[in-house]
Design a protein around this ligand. Structure first.
Ligand code: HH2
Length: 332
């Protein structure tokens, strides 16, 4: 951990930020054993006003992953039936998820792309069932027609691993005025890990994301709806991922909210060795904690219960105060 993180924490303190506390209050209110619907009702952010509810008060948000795929790298086939997805959604809500991200096409290295028709067949029945949970649902897709139908079916947010590369995605995001995650990827899932190459990975990813955000804004996407994501594992070596995670504060300093998805990814295994994805929880917790300490707003994770605890403690340490003792801090 170097200068940028230290500097960020000092700046956060000086500003009297309050990242941990709002979420911790919500968690405290919930207690154990309540239903997903009850929890969603108390979570206090419904995205009705774009991303405003993310910022007053500021707090780390946990995006729980639900992969409706047979071939995802860590949980392929586990939640692909509507019944299994429903049970998983209820579990993740009970564990404290703030947003659920539904993905119907795997983006692991070498994954076989699927047609829009196949993606919708996997996604839409589950989405229509989960929307009654009244928690914001995000759809993880880069296909405009899939995103469009998902929004019509109740999704409130689009997570695009190609950073709105397709102009029809930009037009859709502009028209529907929903929050959009713009993730950095070098290449495509089919070729991205062949030979990732950067001049200077942190600066390159920052520049390319800012260029993509500018294009989106020119197409009419409101700035307040744009969330940036460095795309851990997407066209990056293990060292690239470590440098990006070390320097998340550089992306945070752009002023856009930042989301990061280190969950169970291969860079953890590159450090620790010999661990299948399901055994990478502690490594994920380290990455989540350092990300939150640098000002990251949202973490996309499989292990919600564990990452919720890690994120809240990391945020409390970064702020230097107990949850609930913060002043509200609207986005300036
Ligand atoms: N990672 C994955 C998928 N979508 N979206 C964002 N914004 N950021 C990420 O880091 C990210 C993402 C890959 O993880 P997973 O969904 O678990 O696996 P798979 O792509 O194999 O389904």
């Amino acid at each position: 951990m170097g200068g940028p993180l230290q500097g960020h924490i000092m700046r956060q303190r000086a500003r009297g930020g309050d990242q941990a506390a709002g979420k911790a209050r919500a968690l405290g209110r919930r207690g154990g054993g309540s239903t997903g619907r009850q929890q969603a009702a108390t979570s206090g952010h419904d995205f009705k006003n774009g991303l405003d509810s993310l910022f007053t008060p500021t707090r780390p948000l946990i995006m729980g992953i639900i992969n409706l795929t047979p071939d995802s790298f860590s949980d392929g086939g586990m939640f692909s039936s509507p019944q299994a997805a429903w049970r998983r959604a209820r579990q993740l809500l009970a564990e404290g998820a703030d947003i659920l991200d539904l993905g119907a096409e795997s983006s692991r290295p070498g994954a076989r792309p699927i047609s829009s028709a196949e993606e919708k067949k996997r996604l839409l029945p589950v989405l229509k069932r989960l929307r009654r949970l009244a928690v914001p649902l995000s759809v993880d897709t880069y296909k405009p027609d899939v995103a469009e139908e998902a929004l019509q079916a109740g999704a409130r947010m689009v997570n695009d691993i190609t950073a709105l590369r397709d102009p029809r995605m930009r037009a859709l995001a502009a028209r529907r005025r929903v929050p959009v995650v713009m993730m950095h990827m070098q290449g495509t899932p089919q070729n991205m890990q062949a030979a990732p190459r950067y001049r200077e990975v942190v600066a390159d990813v920052r520049r390319e994301l800012l260029a993509a955000a500018r294009k989106a804004e020119q197409a009419g996407v409101p700035r307040k709806n744009i969330i940036l994501d460095p795309g851990i594992g997407f066209g990056k070596t293990a060292e690239h991922n470590l440098l990006l995670l070390q320097n998340l504060s550089v992306l945070v300093a752009t002023g856009y909210p930042v989301l990061v998805g280190p969950s169970r990814k291969a860079f953890i295994n590159a450090v620790l060795g010999g661990l299948p994805p399901s055994a990478r929880t502690w490594g994920t917790a380290a990455a989540v904690s350092l990300a939150i300490a640098q000002g990251v707003r949202i973490v996309r994770v499989h292990d919600v219960k564990e990452m919720k605890m890690a994120a809240l403690v990391a945020a409390a340490i970064a702020q230097g105060r107990l949850p609930g003792r913060e002043k509200t801090c609207p986005r300036s």
